[in-house]
Design a binder for this molecule. Structure first.
Ligand SMILES: Cc1ncc(COP(=O)(O)O)c(C=O)c1O
Length: 358
C-alpha cells in the first residue's frame, strides 16, 4: 500500500469536489514565500529548457551545489527529488539490518518493503520531546546494524540534533562499519549544523538533500545526494537517464544563487513561527513540541474533545488541511503536524483551532 503523505491537495480536492487552489495546505512544509524570483525570471528562456534534452550530468547544477556547499563536484549527484535516492539506496547498500531513528519520514521503511525482517526502530520518547540521546543510540548501534537512518531536523517532530551529537554517532557508526543515511531535507534553516563535510573523508555517509521544502519547488522534483565519490559513482550507475529534468536543473541553479531569497526565507520562517507559536500556546488541550524548522508537531491532550482525524475533518470543512500522524512509528491518533505558512494563513488556522478547541 502506498504510504500517506502531506501535500496531497489534488486527492483531497477530488474527494471534496472543490478546486485544489481553494485549499490552505498545512500538511506540506513548503516555503510560504514561494520559489525564487531569480528562477521565475529564467522562464523568459523556457523554450530552450523544453526543446532540448536535459543535461544528463546536470553539470551547471552540480557546479552550483559544489560552490554553495564548499565541497567538490564529485561529492554530488542530483535526482528526481531526494525520494529517488531513498529508493535507490537499499539496492546499493543491500543491508542485512537497518535501524531507523523514529518517528521518521515513512519512506525509509517503505523502501525496504520487500526485505522482511530488515527494519528496526530506535524510538525517541515523547517525555523527552523526541530528542535524540546519543548515549542510548550508541548503545543500540553496538548490536551492529548495516545502516542507520536518521533525519535532521526530524520530520515529523521538528527536533534538530546538534552537529556535535551527530558527529559522535557518526564516528561510532564508522567504527562499527554501519552506513549512515542522514536525511538533511530540512537542514537549510541551520546549514551550520549540517554533517555534509564528513563525506570528504568517509565513505559510509550518505547525506540526502532536497530542494522541495526550503526552496519551494515540490512540483519540480529536485533533490540531491552528498556522499563520497565512490558512492556517487555506484548510485549514478543505477539511476535512470535524465532523472533530473531540465526545469529542475534551472530551478536548482537559480535558487541556490538567490542569496537574498535564502536570507529572506530564514528570517520569515523565524518570525512567522514565533508569532504562530504565541497564538497556538493560548489554546487549550494542545501540547506543542519544540521545533527548529518550518513545521511543528502537536498533540491533542486526553482532555481534548476530539482526536486528530476528527480535527482534520473539522478543519477540512474550512478548506484547511493538516497532517494527521497515526502512521508514523511511535505516534498515534492524537498527534498532528502543521507547516509554518504565510502569517495570515497561520492566523486563520490558529483562529479555527480556537473555535474547535475552546
Ligand atoms: C524528511 C524528508 N525526506 C525526504 C523527503 C522527500 O523530498 P523530495 O520532495 O525531495 O523527494 C521528504 C518529503 O516530505 C521529507 O519530509
Amino acid at each position: 500500500m502506498r504510504k500517506k503523505h502531506g501535500g496531497n491537495i489534488y486527492k483531497v480536492a477530488r474527494e471534496k469536489g472543490v478546486k485544489a487552489e481553494s485549499l490552505i495546505d498545512f500538511s506540506a512544509n513548503i516555503n510560504p514565500l514561494g520559489y525564487s524570483t531569480r528562477f521565475k525570471k529564467s522562464f523568459a528562456s523556457i523554450d530552450n529548457i523544453i526543446l532540448n534534452y536535459p543535461d544528463q550530468d546536470a553539470g551547471e547544477l552540480i557546479g552550483a551545489l559544489a560552490e554553495y556547499h564548499g565541497l567538490a563536484e564529485e561529492n554530488f549527484l542530483t535526482g528526481n527529488g531526494s525520494t529517488e535516492f531513498i529508493y535507490l539506496l537499499p539496492g546499493i547498500i543491500r543491508p542485512k539490518s537497518v535501524l531507523i531513528v523514529a518517528p521518521a519520514f515513512t519512506e525509509y521503511e517503505q523502501s525496504y518493503q520487500r526485505a522482511k525482517g530488515v527494519v528496526f526502530y530506535f524510538s525517541t520518547k515523547e517525555k523527552d520531546n523526541f530528542a535524540v540521546h546519543a548515549k542510548d543510540l550508541l548503545d543500540e548501534l553496538k548490536r551492529g546494524y548495516s545502516a542507520l537512518y536518521i533525519c535532521n531536523p526530524v520530520n515529523p517532530t521538528g527536533v534538530l540534533t546538534s552537529k556535535d551529537t551527530l558527529q559522535e554517532v557518526f564516528t561510532f557508526a564508522q567504527k562499527k562499519g554501519t552506513n549512515v543515511i542522514l536525511d538533511e531535507t530540512f537542514i537549510d534553516f541551520h546549514e551550520d549544523q549540517s554533517l555534509k563535510a564528513g563525506v570528504k573523508n568517509y565513505d559510509n555517509l550518505y547525506v540526502l538533500r532536497s530542494m522541495t521544502k526550503f526552496f519551494g519547488l515540490p512540483g519540480i522534483r529536485a533533490g540531491y545526494m552528498i556522499s563520497h565519490p565512490k558512492n556517487i559513482e555506484k548510485i549514478r550507475e543505477k539511476q535512470e537517464p535524465w532523472s533530473t529534468n531540465a526545469l529542475a536543473q534551472r530551478a536548482g541553479v537559480e535558487s541556490l544563487r538567490d542569496a537574498s531569497y535564502i536570507q529572506k526565507t530564514i528570517q520569515y520562517i523565524k518570525e512567522a513561527r514565533k508569532a504562530f507559536l504565541a497564538e497556538l500556546k493560548k489554546l487549550p488541550h494542545l501540547t506543542i513540541f519544540p521545533t527548529q524548522t518550518n513545521f511543528m508537531l502537536l498533540k491533542l491532550k486526553d482532555s481534548a474533545p476530539l482526536n486528530a482525524h476528527e480535527l482534520y475533518e473539522k478543519l477540512l470543512e474550512k478548506s484547511i488541511i493538516i497532517r494527521t500522524c497515526e502512521d508514523f512509528q511511535g505516534l498515534n491518533d492524537r498527534f498532528f503536524r502543521i507547516a509554518v505558512k504565510k502569517k495570515n494563513e497561520n492566523k486563520k488556522l490558529a483562529s479555527e483551532l480556537k473555535k474547535i478547541l475552546s
